[in-house]
Design a protein around this ligand. Structure first.
Ligand code: AMP
Ligand code: MG
Length: 490
């Protein structure tokens, strides 16, 4: 097998375009091999869709590539430069512990970045060690794959490799490297970074690149840069509506963690909420609740303002006019978000047509869930399967009245009750990666037992099935006095 060329053996089909930018955009990286790489998990289905040979990737030679011990033939091996507003303050950042292996063209001719995360120091590492820990990398694998199966745009996870090296964090941890797949890793912060140098041609070249890669339908538009801003507003408004609809809390919505493609990126401190509470914050460093569940739409809008600011020089040559154009585009954000959110929430309640009072029906339900501490996901499942409990919110008069109004509302559409049930079944997941389950499987994985994680991943791959297995994983954690906490950059 060793004589067969890499591209045939592993299926690499690289066409690296980011390397054509000037050196300001990235740095070439020399590999920093790890002691004894061991494959923990490989995503066969994703590998196949990328045109990769997963069996050969599982061989020692394949694992060498996935651990950054061996170069893939024709790889790019660069770290990308970017900046970003972190908790409101602008900083120059960049891939401090990641490198781009290459841009893979899959059998459908789509382009995907294949990136190693945790692969060692880069010129952008600042004080960091460039490494990553097994638990958080598996956490990213689990949650990003769960998001994908919940039909939410996201980067994906191809593999996790243990490095056989220790990483110092809060104690000594097992090192690991994640292979991340994204339609690109270009962030709002990439534009902020390039724009900060004040060279309009470079800014245009980055915008043109993104238009060609992500929004080719607008490439011939006369106002293509304005339309580019509008497209990014559209995809981000749609994305955050989807997050809200499943109770996903990103946790670190800095502008370097917002993609131009509209995919969810950076699964550091994210988590799903159990009981509905708009003030929920999990991240240990988000002490002021900037990235709380209820703030996610407004923060997306704030981030889009920073993105639009970076684009100003190419929106119009007259700065005042450029600001007007940007404000005009951003002013549509909330309506686009709200339309997306309403549409998803209507589906969750089996509503096909639109009535003005739908907003009240949805909001009244959410208020009751908050008041009675009801679980967000399981409330919708109870409504879908008419399994209303005889306790808590479900036994209250306000819920009984709401239920009647909702049933009457469902009659004011032509669709049969069977169709209503189908719509609700397909709109309400029975399983999400609940925090206690995630922790349980990560604890086992840290001790070398990966079976619980693999079983969990299998369940999470079918969130809209409602079998016995799904039911088991929809159970709530035992009441605890400890608030669930998540951590960044681990
Ligand atoms: P994040 O909070 O994960 O979005 O990371 C913010 C910045 O810190 C990015 O530039 C990362 O590349 C960098 N970073 C995070 N962890 C490390 C690490 N262990 N070593 C070097 N850079 C890191
Ligand atoms: Mg990040």
């Amino acid at each position: 097998m060793t004589n067969i060329k890499d591209n045939i053996k592993f299926g690499w089909n690289f066409d690296n375009t980011y390397v054509n930018f000037p050196k300001l955009f990235f740095s070439k990286i020399k590999l920093d091999p790890v002691r004894s790489p061991k494959l923990v998990i490989l995503n066969d289905e994703l590998a196949k869709s990328l045109g990769l040979n997963s069996e050969n990737l599982k061989t020692p030679e394949g694992v060498s590539i996935l651990s950054g011990n061996k170069y893939a033939e024709n790889g790019a091996y660069i770290a990308q430069a970017y900046g970003g507003h972190q908790f409101g303050h602008f900083t120059i950042l960049g891939d401090g512990r990641a490198l781009l292996i290459g841009e893979q063209i899959n059998p459908s001719k789509e382009r995907y970045d294949i990136q190693l995360k945790g692969s060692g120091r880069t010129p952008y590492s600042r004080g960091g060690d460039g490494r990553a820990v097994l638990g958080p990398m598996l956490r990213e694998y689990i949650i990003s794959e769960a998001m994908y199966n919940l039909k939410i745009p996201t980067t994906r996870s191809l593999a996790v490799v243990e490095t056989g090296e220790a990483v110092i964090r809060d104690g000594i941890k097992k090192g690991a490297i994640l292979t991340r797949v994204a339609s690109s890793h270009i962030r709002f912060g990439t534009f902020q970074y390039i724009s900060s140098f004040g060279d309009i041609d470079q800014l245009k070249s980055l915008a043109d690149y993104c238009i060609n890669r992500h929004y080719p339908n607008i490439s011939d538009d006369e106002n293509k840069y304005i339309n580019f801003l509008k497209e990014v507003i559209r995809v981000q408004a749609s994305l955050v509506a989807k997050w809200q609809s499943v109770g996903f809390i990103h946790g670190v919505m800095n502008t370097d963690n917002m993609t131009i493609s509209g995919e969810t990126i950076d699964y550091g401190p994210c988590a799903f909420m159990d009981n509905y509470d708009p003030n929920t914050v999990f991240s240990s460093i988000d002490t002021r609740g900037r990235y709380a569940y209820k703030n996610q739409p407004i923060i997306t809008e704030w981030n889009l303002c920073r993105f639009a600011e970076a684009l100003l020089p190419i929106l119009h040559e007259n700065q005042e006019k450029a600001i007007e154009i940007a404000q005009d585009a951003i002013s549509n954000f909330y309506d686009i978000y709200y339309t997306n959110w309403m549409s998803i929430m209507r589906s969750k309640l089996g509503i096909f047509n639109e009535e003005a009072q739908d907003k009240a029906i949805i909001e009244d339900l959410l208020s009751m869930m908050e008041k009675y501490n009801e679980d967000y996901t399981n409330t919708f499942i109870a409504l879908t399967f008419s399994k209303n409990k005889n306790e808590g919110m479900f036994s209250s008069t306000e819920f009984i009245n709401w239920y009647k109004l909702w049933q009457e509302r469902l009659k004011r559409q032509v669709q049969s009750s069977e169709l209503v049930h189908e719509l609700m079944k397909n709109s309400n997941p029975s399983v999400i990666p609940r925090n206690h389950r995630v922790e349980e499987v990560l604890e086992a994985a840290d001790k070398g037992d990966f079976d619980p994680m693999k079983k969990f991943l299998n369940i999470l791959s079918k969130p809209y099935e409602h079998s016995q297995d799904q039911e088991e994983y929809s159970k709530l954690p035992k009441p605890s006095n400890c608030k669930y906490r998540t951590y960044c950059g681990t």
